[in-house]
Design a protein around this ligand. Structure first.
Ligand code: IFM
Length: 460
C-alpha cells in the first residue's frame, strides 16, 4: 500500500472535514417487501413486475429483503457500521394507498418507528419521498403524465413532513427524475413501461414542477428539514473529437444533465434541447418555470459511471480499457470529480451530497465471508474522487454508499448485487462483505480525527 492508496483508510479520511456526512442508502420498493401488508396499496412497480419478460429473473418486490419486518436488526447493522446518516425512501402507496384520499395509519406508523429507531441509534434520517413506486391508482388516472399527480405529490410531501419533519434532517422530493421520465416513459424498460418521447418529457416537467411546488408548500408549512432533490448525473464525453460525436455528446448532456440542472438553477430549459425536441417538448403553464427554481438547501448527485457517445453508435466500452462492473458500467472515478467540479462551475449549487455511489459485482460467498475487493476498491476510489473535488473547492457535504443491502435491482431483479451487506434471499441472513468492513474502518478513522479535532478545539 502506498501513502496515496485509496484503500489506506487513514490517508483517505484525512481529506474530509469533521462535519462531512457519511451514510448508506436504500429505497422502499427495493428492500421492504410486505407489498400488500397492513393496508399498503399497489404501486406501478408491483404492477410492472407482473408483466412477462420485463424483469430479468422474473422476480418482484413482494418479499425483497423483508426489511418491513426486519427493520430493527437492519438498523442495528447500520448503526454498527458507524455511519452518520441513513438515506431511505417512503413508499407512497404504503402511507396513502390511493395516492390521494385516506392515509394509512399503519404505514405511517412504520416510518415513525423507523425514524425513531434511527435516532435512538444515533443515526440521522435522510428521507426521500419518491423513489419511483407511484401508487397504481394515480397511474390509472394518467400517472406523472397527468398534471393532477403534481398536486397529489405536494399533498403527500406535506403529509409526510407533518408526520416526520420534526425528526428527519433532510427531505428529498424525487430520486433520479431522468430515470422515471426516460426509462419509465421513453424506452419503457422501467415502470410504468410507456414508450413515447413526448410523454416522457411531459413527465419530466411534472416531476420538476411537483418538486418546486412541494418545496414551496413545505417551507410555507414551517418544515425545518433540509430540502432538495437527487439527480443521476454523469459526465457525457464524445467518443472522438469529430464534430458529429461532439454535437451528439452535447445533446446527450442536455437531455441528461442540463434538462434538470438548468430549470432548477437557471429557471429555464436549455434552448438546444427544446429545439431538438420540437413537438415533443412539454406543455407548460405560466409560472411553472419559476416554481421549479425554488431555492434548494442541498443537491444530491447519484454517480456510477461516465457516458461516452458517438454519433454512429460505434462506441464499445468493452474496448475502453476500464474495468466494467456487473452492470457493464465502466469504473471511472475521475468522472465523479470532473462532474462535481463542473456542477460547481456552471451552476450556483448549494452544498452537494453524493447520495448514491457503489458497484454491482459478482460476489463469492465463502465460509461466511464475501471478499468483494472490486467493490471495496470502487468505493474507496470514489471517496477519493470526492476528496479531490473538495480540494478543488466544491461544496461537498456528504457521501452515501449505494447500497446498504443487496436488493431488488429493478429490471435486473435480484441478479445484480450492489450491497455492502450480502443478503441470502432464501434465509434473509445478512453478512457484512469486506467492503462494509472497509467502510466501517474508514468511518472509525474519520471519527477518530473528529475526536482529536474536538479535543484540540476545546483546548485539551
Ligand atoms: O438501484 C438503483 C437505485 O434505485 C437508483 N440509482 C441507481 C441504483 C443502481 O442501479
Amino acid at each position: 500500500m502506498t501513502p496515496s492508496d485509496p484503500l489506506d483508510t487513514s490517508a483517505a479520511s484525512a481529506a474530509f472535514p469533521d462535519d462531512f456526512v457519511w451514510g448508506v442508502a436504500t429505497s422502499a420498493f427495493q428492500i421492504e417487501g410486505a407489498s400488500a401488508e397492513d393496508g399498503k396499496g399497489a404501486s406501478i412497480w408491483d404492477d410492472f413486475c407482473r408483466q412477462p419478460g420485463v424483469i430479468a429473473d422474473g422476480s418482484d418486490g413482494r418479499t425483497a429483503c423483508e426489511h418491513y419486518h426486519r427493520w430493527p436488526s437492519d438498523l442495528d447493522l447500520i448503526a454498527n457500521l458507524g455511519v452518520d446518516a441513513y438515506r431511505f425512501s417512503v413508499s407512497w402507496p404504503r402511507v396513502r394507498p390511493g395516492g390521494g384520499g385516506a392515509w394509512n395509519e399503519k404505514g405511517l406508523d412504520f416510518y415513525d418507528r423507523l425514524v425513531d429507531g434511527l435516532l435512538q441509534r444515533g443515526v440521522t434520517p435522510y428521507l426521500t419521498l419518491n423513489h419511483w413506486d407511484l401508487p397504481s391508482e394515480l397511474q390509472a388516472q394518467g400517472g406523472w403524465a397527468h398534471r393532477d399527480t403534481v398536486h397529489r405529490f405536494v399533498e403527500y410531501a406535506c403529509g409526510m413532513a407533518e408526520r416526520l419533519g420534526d425528526r428527519v434532517a433532510s427531505i428529498t422530493t424525487h430520486n433520479e427524475p431522468w430515470v422515471v421520465a426516460m426509462l419509465g416513459h421513453d424506452s419503457g424498460i422501467f415502470a410504468p413501461g410507456v414508450r413515447d418521447r413526448a410523454t416522457a418529457m411531459q413527465v419530466s416537467h411534472h416531476l420538476l414542477l411537483s418538486h418546486g411546488l412541494a418545496l414551496q408548500a413545505l417551507r410555507q408549512s414551517g418544515c425545518r428539514s433540509q430540502l432538495g432533490i437527487v439527480l443521476n448525473l454523469s459526465p457525457v464525453q464524445p467518443a472522438t473529437s469529430s464534430p458529429e460525436d461532439q454535437a451528439r455528446a452535447r445533446l446527450e448532456d442536455g437531455l441528461l444533465l442540463r434538462w434538470y440542472m438548468d430549470p432548477l438553477f437557471k429557471g429555464a430549459y436549455p434552448a438546444d434541447v427544446l429545439a431538438f425536441l420540437g413537438a415533443d417538448a412539454p406543455r407548460m403553464e405560466a409560472g411553472d418555470l419559476a416554481a421549479m427554481a425554488a431555492p434548494l438547501d442541498f443537491l444530491g448527485v447519484n454517480y456510477y459511471t461516465r457516458a461516452v457517445v458517438s454519433a454512429d453508435g460505434s462506441w464499445d466500452k468493452r474496448r475502453s480499457g476500464f474495468e466494467l462492473t456487473d452492470m457493464d458500467w465502466e469504473v471511472y472515478p475521475q468522472g465523479l470529480t470532473e462532474l462535481l467540479v463542473r456542477l460547481h462551475h456552471d451552476y450556483p449549487v448549494p452544498p452537494m451530497f453524493v447520495t448514491e455511489n457503489g458497484g454491482a459485482f459478482k460476489d463469492g460467498y465463502t465460509d461466511g465471508r464475501v471478499h468483494d475487493a472490486d467493490r471495496t476498491r470502487y468505493i474507496a476510489q470514489h471517496i477519493a474522487a470526492v476528496g479531490e473535488a473538495l480540494r478543488q473547492g466544491v461544496p461537498m457535504a456528504g457521501y452515501m454508499v449505494w447500497s446498504l443491502l443487496d436488493n431488488f435491482e429493478w429490471a435486473s431483479g435480484y441478479e445484480k448485487r450492489f450491497g455492502i451487506v450480502h443478503v441470502d434471499y432464501a434465509t434473509q441472513q445478512r453478512t457484512l462483505k469486506d467492503s462494509a468492513r472497509w467502510y466501517r474502518e474508514f468511518l472509525q478513522r474519520c471519527q477518530a480525527a473528529r475526536d482529536v479535532n474536538a479535543l484540540a478545539g476545546a483546548g485539551v
